[in-house]
Ligand binder design. Structure first.
Ligand SMILES: [Fe+2]
Ligand SMILES: [Fe+2]
Length: 136
């Protein structure tokens, strides 16, 4: 049995656009795990691309908000987004060559899930708290 994220149990941050995007990420992560378990290669490929697109767009939105309010650790947060996007692209390439269901399942259920929860609890929480102060 693969680890799935309970959509109601993810950390909430102080900005709703971020929470909504994070919810969408949970749906994509859970879909990926379901498709990988069902060994549906086409659906895995399709959902991996949707997840990459979702992350690229979500990270860009967070980065734009950070720049707009001159969030001091901008570079640090953006750097982490870039590292994760590069890693995901690499995993997609590996998936495209090998179609290894176990490998992609482990990458999503271990690396991605752990990173996601940790990122929400740390950088995203601090960023949302900082930006929200300017919006009241
Ligand atoms: Fe985020
Ligand atoms: Fe982030």
């Amino acid at each position: 049995m693969t680890t799935r994220i309970d959509p109601h149990s993810i950390p909430q941050v102080a900005l709703s656009f971020m929470n909504e995007d994070h919810q969408e990420a949970v749906n994509l992560i859970n879909s990926l795990l379901i498709h990988a378990e069902a060994k549906d290669g086409e659906k895995v490929t399709e959902t991996l691309h949707a997840f990459l697109k979702h992350n690229a767009e979500h990270f860009a939105k967070e980065e734009e908000a950070m720049q707009q309010y001159n969030f001091p650790p901008y570079d640090c947060h953006k750097g982490e987004h870039e590292r994760v996007l590069a890693e995901l692209k690499q995993e997609i390439e590996r998936w495209n060559t090998c179609h290894d269901f176990e490998q992609i399942k482990n990458y999503i259920s271990e690396t991605v899930v752990t990173w996601f929860i940790n990122h929400l609890n740390t950088m995203d929480t601090v960023t949302a708290q900082y930006i929200q102060r300017f919006q009241n």
